[in-house]
Write a protein that binds this ligand. Structure first.
Ligand SMILES: [Zn+2]
Length: 286
């Protein structure tokens, strides 16, 4: 198994949104913000190459929207998932599976594009697409608070491809990857636990988007059920400390991953790493 972290977007998010009820006087010790109160964010996808499969987790914003859409997100130009794949020697057509943690636009947008004929098409033409069935239902019938993150043109081409698979809780379609479902950020977010040769790497999606979100109350204001997030986080972090999981951050510009430890003040980050410093990438099938 080999793992490749891939940057899909570098962009910015409002610091207040990122840390919810935590006041700026506290979160600003962890994250610098600019004159608009925006903090740097990345979208770090993960390619898992294992046996015959090339599984991509999440895809980034994509390039099919107007300038204003990218301008309000302060997206850095010139970076996308296809370029990052290419830099590691992979093409879109080689991807066998795309697993979406969930379908907010910054996770799913780059899976579809507008072709030269002006119609929508899937970018990963040979891939099977995977998302939880509870989240698919949620995204297709969006509530008004979360609706701005769900776009029908991000979703319908996946359905029309005939290659979209809706996962029920407990279904495990991938060897050496355990999928778990979390509901605090949005309904039915999938969090993959990837069992490598020497470590379990947990791809945290929007569950714990950055290392600065590890303290229990540091829950983004976009979470639909913050008290559910709080409970899920507390339970997960205890388990992560006990089992020495590698926490892989999708949105942390500064830290790719870390391990955690139990202290008198609760679970805290122990050490930050680049993924290739902590896992053993193997050409063998294990
Ligand atoms: Zn999200």
């Amino acid at each position: 198994m080999k793992l490749y972290p891939l940057i899909a977007d570098n962009w910015k998010m409002d610091g207040g949104v990122a840390f919810g009820v935590v006041p700026k006087s506290i979160w600003s010790r962890l994250r610098k913000s600019d004159e608009n109160n925006m903090i740097d964010i990345t979208t770090r996808c993960l390619l898992i190459v294992h046996n015959e499969r090339k599984i991509l987790i999440d895809t980034g914003l994509g390039d099919k929207r107007n300038e204003k859409y990218y301008a309000v997100r302060f997206r850095e130009p010139g970076i996308n998932i296809l370029k990052s794949l290419e830099m590691e020697g992979f093409s879109a057509d080689e991807i066998t599976d795309v697993l979406f943690t969930h379908l907010h636009d910054d996770h799913v947008g780059a899976a579809t594009r507008i072709n030269k004929a002006g119609s929508l098409e899937c970018v990963f033409g040979n891939a099977h697409y995977w998302v939880s069935s509870s989240h698919w239902e949620w995204a297709m019938n969006p509530n008004k608070r979360e609706g701005a993150a769900f776009f029908k043109d991000n979703l319908l081409p996946l359905h029309e491809s005939g290659l979209l698979h809706l996962l029920e809780e407990g279904m495990q379609p991938f060897e050496q990857i355990t999928l778990k479902i979390f509901n605090g950020h949005t309904r039915g977010q999938i969090i993959p636990y990837i069992h490598t040769y020497n470590q379990t790497v947990v791809y945290l999606g929007d569950f714990i988007p950055t290392q600065s979100n590890i303290p229990i109350p540091f829950i983004p204001s976009v979470d639909i059920e913050p008290l559910v997030s709080l409970m899920e986080k507390e339970q997960f972090l205890n388990e992560a400390a006990e089992n020495q999981y590698v926490l892989f951050f999708e949105h942390d510009t500064l830290n790719e991953c870390c391990t955690v430890m139990q202290t008198e003040k609760g679970v805290v980050a122990r050490q930050s790493y680049k993924l290739d410093e902590i896992i053993y990438n193997s050409d063998e099938s294990n």
